[in-house]
Structure formats: C-alpha cells, structure tokens
Design a protein around this ligand. Sequence first.
Ligand code: PEP
Length: 234
Amino acid sequence: MKFVIANWKMNGNFELVNQMMNGIGKGRDCCKVIVCPPAALITSFKGFEHDLGAQNCFYEEKGAFTGENSPKLLKEIGCKYVILGHSERRAIFHESDELIFKKWNVAIKCGLTPIVCIGETLEERDKWKDVLAAQLASYCADKSLDLHKTIFAYEPIWSIGTGKVPSKREIEEAIGFIKGIIGSERDYYAVYGGSVNGSNSSEILSIDGLDGVLVGSASLKISDFNAIINSVSA
Ligand code: PEP
C-alpha cells in the first residue's frame, strides 16, 4: 500500500474542494489518499471518501495561543493526519527540530498521525546524511519510542516546487538511510516529496522501500493528482 498525500499549502478554495470531492475516485486498496487543505477548508470536505490532514498544529491541546490550531480540535473536525515541520515552516516560521518533536508528541496524544518532513537544502547536499540524522535524532534516541505509524517525508528542499527531482538511486539511498537509522522493527513509513507529478510518479513510486509520495503543486490540479493516484501499481 502506498500513500499519496496532497499538500495544498495556502492554496485552494471552495471550488477546488468541490472539484476534489467529485473528481477523485474511491481509490484502490493499494493506495491511501490523504488531502491536507488549508485549515479553513477542512470542514468543507463533508462526506469525502479519502482521509484529511492538517498542515500544522500547535504543541498544546488548547489555551491562550491566539491564531494557533489545536490538534485536539483538528482531530474532532475530521483530520486523521497532520503535517509537521514542513520546510516552509522551518524556514519562514523558524521551527526547530525540538519544537517539531513537541508537536509530534501532542499530535500523537490527540490521535493524529504525524507526517514529519525532513530534508536538506542545496547547500547541505553533500552532508545530507548528517542533516537527516539531526532532524530524526529525537525519534531515534530511544528505540522503544512508539512511532504510532508516523509518516516521515523525505523532502529535499532544493526539489520542492523547482521541478528538480533527485535520481531514483538517490531517493532510494535516502529512504534506506532513514529506515536504517530509525530501525526496521518500528511502526512508521517513509515517503518522498519534491516536484512529484503525473509524469514522474510511477518511476518514483517504484522505488524499493518507499511508502508513497507527498505532492504539493501537482495536487492542486485534479487531473494531475488523479494521474499520480493512478500511477500506483496494484
Ligand atoms: C511540498 O511542498 O511538500 C511539495 C512536495 O511541493 P511540490 O510537490 O510542489 O514540490
């Protein structure tokens, strides 16, 4: 089974919600579709046949945190997943690995499955293993930590929204590295994100050990997103 995860970022509107509600089929057993729209659109997906996720949450369940999204409420309004530590949040909102791990803990407590994004910048490319190891350190420190099916998304920052995609061998190596340091006995998945589209998805999805893809811009066009879903082989 492969995940196909849509990250709309701060895009989309009611029209796109309707298109997605009507435009993507029931899916197949080999594919789990998760749509992560902006928080303000989540409740518009009433009766949606696939799963919903949020793009971020706060590290407390409730309280005096004006403007933040409660993980508990996200769960109550129908989210099953939450993206944490997306590179845009790390870069623009200065989110640290420590903060992301705090959010991970509260998301788990509230019954959300975290989708934790990791990945190196272009400048860090020659030391990508060190970067990924540091970003994963909190999840690796204690091998008995229950990962509760966390989805780790390898998203090289130089690939996001650029049309530049690592080679199949490079993605396979990164996924192997992630699975190697987290450990094979634990309860998690590893997906790839960065310029995935309907033309490259079947090759990417055929990578050994890869559990799916996280899709940004190509998830905003129903025909492109459908092409990615349909490229998952049964
Ligand atoms: C993302 O931002 O998570 C992403 C994968 O974007 P894109 O597919 O547009 O590169």
